[in-house]
Design a protein around this ligand. Structure first.
Ligand code: ATP
Ligand code: MG
Length: 227
């Protein structure tokens, strides 16, 4: 089943005469359950692409279709709801809420979305799987970097998103913790058929994914991804 279709998207930043073309005519498709690495040099457009797919920003041109919905056509409010229900984000800097404990950080996006039932047994399963059950009442400041990133991952997975977008999720972690977090991502991909797009600068991590999208200068390089 196809989860994502990106068709001819372009993104320009800035005003006339002073524009940056961050993405140029990018197209690709993603099937459910694929674990995709996004690679490319600094400034090539990787984060821009993830932000557009996640509905944090809108493309200048082109269409992004997620689970058969064209998100480019959604209004601001509709997009916010769509994002909350269908997209999970993990960033390099965890971005947890400091005043909430681990459990509440994870339950927050689901609780916030009043239209959605909070599946507490599933949250417990997630916490146990990520080795966080014993830490559920702790606050982010009481956790190590790797533990905080696992909380961020659990939070991103809590609403069973169509797509998990991860922008250098292991960028701040040491090599042992990186391997651990990668293992958790891979496990959620295999166990829940979770679709993942992950930006990484680490070649061996990229080589471990199902497919690599290589972006340079805002363009998708032809590669194994094919048509
Ligand atoms: N909000 C913005 N306003 C103006 N230009 C931007 C904005 N965000 C990104 N850019 C520009 O768009 C281009 C692509 O940036 P982007 O952040 O997508 O790169 P990246 O591949 O994620 O780089 P890195 O690996 O360093 O994170 C860069 O030239 C950048 O300066
Ligand atoms: Mg980036």
């Amino acid at each position: 089943m196809e989860v994502l279709q990106v068709t001819n998207i372009s993104k320009q930043y800035g005003e006339k005469g002073n524009t940056v073309e961050a993405l140029k005519n990018v197209s690709f498709r993603v099937e459910q359950g694929e674990f995709i690495a996004v690679v490319g040099t600094s400034g090539s457009g990787k984060s821009t692409m993830l932000n557009l797919i996640g509905g944090l920003d809108t493309p200048t041109q082109g269409a992004i279709i997620i689970r058969k919905r064209n998100i480019s056509g959604l209004k601001r409010k509709e997009l916010a709801v769509f994002r909350r229900r269908n997209i999970g984000f993990v960033f390099q800097n965890y971005s947890l809420m400091p005043v909430l404990n681990v459990y509440d950080n994870i339950a927050l996006p689901v609780t916030f979305d009043k239209g959605k039932y909070v599946d507490h047994p599933y949250l417990e399963e997630l916490l146990r799987e990520l080795g966080l059950w014993d830490k559920r009442k702790r606050f982010p400041s009481e956790l190590s970097g790797g533990q905080q990133q696992r909380v961020a991952l659990a939070r991103a997975l809590a609403n069973k998103p169509a797509i998990l977008l991860a922008d250098e999720p292991t960028g701040n972690l040491d090599s042992r913790t990186t391997v651990e977090v990668m293992g958790l991502l891979k496990n959620s991909c295999r166990k829940y058929s979770q679709t993942i797009l992950m930006v990484t600068h680490n070649e061996s991590l990229a080589a471990n994914c199902d497919r690599i999208l290589h972006i340079e200068d805002g363009m998708l390089l032809a590669g194994r991804e094919g048509a």
